[in-house]
Ligand binder design. Structure first.
Ligand SMILES: Nc1ncnc2c1ncn2[C@@H]1O[C@H](COP(=O)(O)OP(=O)(O)OP(=O)(O)O)[C@@H](O)[C@H]1O
Ligand SMILES: Cc1ncsc1CCO
Length: 273
């Protein structure tokens, strides 16, 4: 069983330590990500000029990478920052946004994963299918209907994530209505959240920023669970009558959600393959 009380003590660590989190992300997500990091009590820097990496990366306690809306400059800074972070043992989460629809992003992802060590690889199920070399029905950067996590495919998706976890010596997070978090043969299923999250752009990217914040003070599994619970329980609490009001309410809840609320609402199941 997961000791939620203990898990949630990491929120205090962030407030005490105010770690600097370096995020290189897409322009659609950048503001949401920086705010979500600040709301946890950490500091955010979203520098993306390749020539700044040498100054900034070593000062960060975690690195958050995202290949959405990729540009030449961001490709360079992602490569340089990955190398610098690996040299300094700074943990990295990488979000493989759009790997299923773009050969450029696919080739880039394989190159990065072959060369550098990432603590967490994250994607929706279409993105993780693409990474594993299976047919991906990605709809742009979104999950394709055929690939959505369901009772029928969940076992297969856990196995795919486990293989990737072993291959790349990493933790794999597949997001969806049920989130699948896998390290080697251990897995966690997280059933929080609501459909409205997929109706606003970049909530998944923001989740990557939240997870990186906790990666600065705890391990991959704990950091992922904390990020997921904060985003998804906040979403459950938010008013759902209008999409943009939901978004504003969501951001407020991400800033103010209490440990007791998370403890009461968390729906996590642990298993072993
Ligand atoms: N139907 C749902 N029920 C519960 N949670 C959901 C649902 N759909 C998505 N989520 C959660 O909301 C988050 C964002 O979902 P979304 O589908 O937008 O992911 P994404 O493709 O990674 O996002 P983006 O690329 O827009 O940042 C995910 O972490 C997922 O766990
Ligand atoms: C819409 C969109 N396009 C590239 S990145 C992004 C934000 C969500 O991933």
């Amino acid at each position: 069983m997961i000791n939620l009380k203990k898990l949630l003590t990491n929120r205090e660590k962030i407030k005490e330590q105010e770690p600097l989190i370096h995020a290189i992300t897409n322009p659609l997500a950048i503001n949401m990500l920086a705010n979500a990091i600040l709301f946890q009590g950490a500091k955010a820097i979203c520098a993306e000029h390749p020539d700044e990496m040498r100054d900034i990366v070593p000062k960060a306690k975690a690195l958050s990478l995202n290949i959405g809306n990729i540009t030449d400059a961001r490709i360079k800074s992602i490569e340089i920052s990955s190398r610098l972070a690996n040299n300094k043992n700074i943990p990295i989460i990488i979000d493989l946004v759009g790997i299923g629809v773009s050969k450029l992003r696919y080739d880039l992802s394989l190159k990065l994963l072959g060369q550098y060590k990432y603590s967490i690889i994250k994607g929706n199920s279409s993105e993780i299918l693409a990474l594993s070399g299976k047919i991906s029905n990605a709809k742009g950067i979104d999950v394709g209907c055929e690939d959505k996590i369901s009772d029928e495919n969940i076992e297969e998706m856990i196995k795919i994530a486990s293989k990737l976890s072993i291959k790349y010596k990493t933790t794999v997070l597949i997001t969806g209505a049920t989130d699948i978090l896998v390290k080697d043969k251990d897995y966690y299923l997280i059933k929080n959240g609501c459909e409205e999250l997929s109706k606003i752009t970049a909530t998944g990217c923001m989740l990557t920023g939240l997870i990186s914040t906790f990666l600065s003070v705890t391990n991959e599994i704990n950091a992922s669970l904390l990020g997921l619970l904060i985003l998804e329980v906040s979403a459950e609490l938010s008013k759902k009558d209008k999409p943009y009001s939901f978004f504003v309410n969501l951001m407020d809840n991400i800033a103010t959600i209490k440990n007791e609320t998370i403890e009461k609402s968390a729906k996590i199941k642990k298993g072993i393959l």
